[in-house]
Design a binder for this molecule. Sequence first.
Ligand code: FMN
Length: 155
Amino acid sequence: MQRAEFTEVWKSTKKLNKVVLAIMPTPVGKYNLITLEWFMRTSIKPPMLAISIGHTRFSYECLQVGDCFNVCYPSGEMTEAVKICGTQSGRDMDKLLEIKEDWFHGRYRKVPILKNAVANFECQLVSQIRSGDHTIFIGEVKYSWVNTEKELLFL
Ligand SMILES: Cc1cc2nc3c(=O)[nH]c(=O)nc-3n(C[C@H](O)[C@H](O)[C@H](O)COP(=O)(O)O)c2cc1C
């Protein structure tokens, strides 16, 4: 065991990484998607999920004005979508159009549900906590959707 710089030690803790897409309304009535590896479940009753978003992201701006987001667990067929949503900014493009995934409006606030995903969780934004250069957005799950025919994507 030896002491090392944080990033090096952190990298050593992962092999396969689970990622999600968060989808939220934009200030102009469209939808934005972002790829995230920093997320977790934070409550059993009611079910709650937390996502951590950097302050430079367009998604951060969106969540300053919106009150909801969907957490979408991508299937193995969605690598291209995960790549686009994790490398392009919604400031420069409409990622929902760009990823060419089938979707329908959710029940809670109409935020898109991606049909090819393994699971989608519609969340109401209930609180946010600043954490260094990111903010943790906590959502209460209002509706959940599952696709039992799909396998989860690991990066
Ligand atoms: C595998 C992967 C995981 C990522 N995880 C996070 C994350 O947890 N939080 C975050 O703020 N950005 C994360 N990013 C970076 C954003 O997805 C990326 O900056 C995105 O282009 C931001 O889009 P936006 O400007 O439309 O919000 C990740 C990117 C990749 C490829």
